[in-house]
Write a protein that binds this ligand. Structure first.
Ligand code: URA
Ligand code: SF4
Length: 199
């Protein structure tokens, strides 16, 4: 089956990776999405954070975390005293997956096959960014980095060592946006970020 590997140039820098990713057809998601949304931030960077996949706003803008999840992330960063400019932000999957409902495009969780297909890009980002810690935001990112049987609920807030990487895990900012008890969910997310930042 297809994956991104055939589109990934060997041993290239971030800018070359980003432009190559713009032409990726490693899975079917490129067909309906507007564009590839590659990761962004300092290269190298001590801290990398990995989300799920771009949302509606990211798909249109071509930048990571510029929609509602991004606003929540900015709020949490401020509370955790993390500067967004210091973090390399990316996603496990680089194209928006959605269904259309009238004029609205509703986000859909990427399938395991799409996460696997897209992983060569994330692997290359890790190679050039050389983070000391990678924070997986939510279960899709955690499973991309730690394997499909990983259970976020059992390891939330922990740092795990896997394949030579240090991976900290917490929830996805969208889960905080949707939480019934928003204030509590935000506080818990900020507490995770503060603890992970120190580890
Ligand atoms: N959700 C994500 O996981 N990533 C984004 O870039 C935006 C929303
Ligand atoms: Fe390539 Fe990833 Fe986009 Fe699929 S989601 S086409 S693997 S960049």
């Amino acid at each position: 089956t297809a994956d991104a590997a055939q589109f990934v140039p060997e041993g290239k820098n971030w800018a070359a990776l980003r432009s190559a990713a713009a032409g990726c057809r490693g899975c079917d998601l490129f067909r309906d999405a507007t564009q590839t949304v590659f990761g962004e931030g300092p290269v190298p960077a001590p801290l990398m954070m990995v989300g799920e996949c771009p949302g509606d706003r990211e798909d249109t803008a071509g930048h990571v975390f510029v929609g509602p999840a991004g606003r929540l992330l900015d709020k949490a960063f401020a509370a955790a005293r993390i500067s967004r400019d210091d973090v390399y932000l990316t996603n496990a999957v680089k194209h928006f997956r959605f269904t259309e409902r009238g004029k609205r495009r509703i986000h859909q969780t990427p399938r395991r096959g799409e996460v696997v297909a897209c992983f060569p890009w994330l692997r290359e980002e890790i190679r050039v960014v050389r983070p000391e810690l990678i924070v997986a935001l939510g279960s899709v990112a955690a499973k991309a980095l730690l394997g499909p049987s990983f259970k976020l609920t059992e390891h939330r807030g922990e740092v795990l060592e896997h394949d030579g990487l240090r991976v900290g895990v917490t929830v996805h900012p969208s889960a905080v946006v949707r939480a019934e008890n928003f204030t509590e969910a935000l506080d818990a997310f900020v507490a995770d970020l503060v603890a992970l930042k120190k580890s």
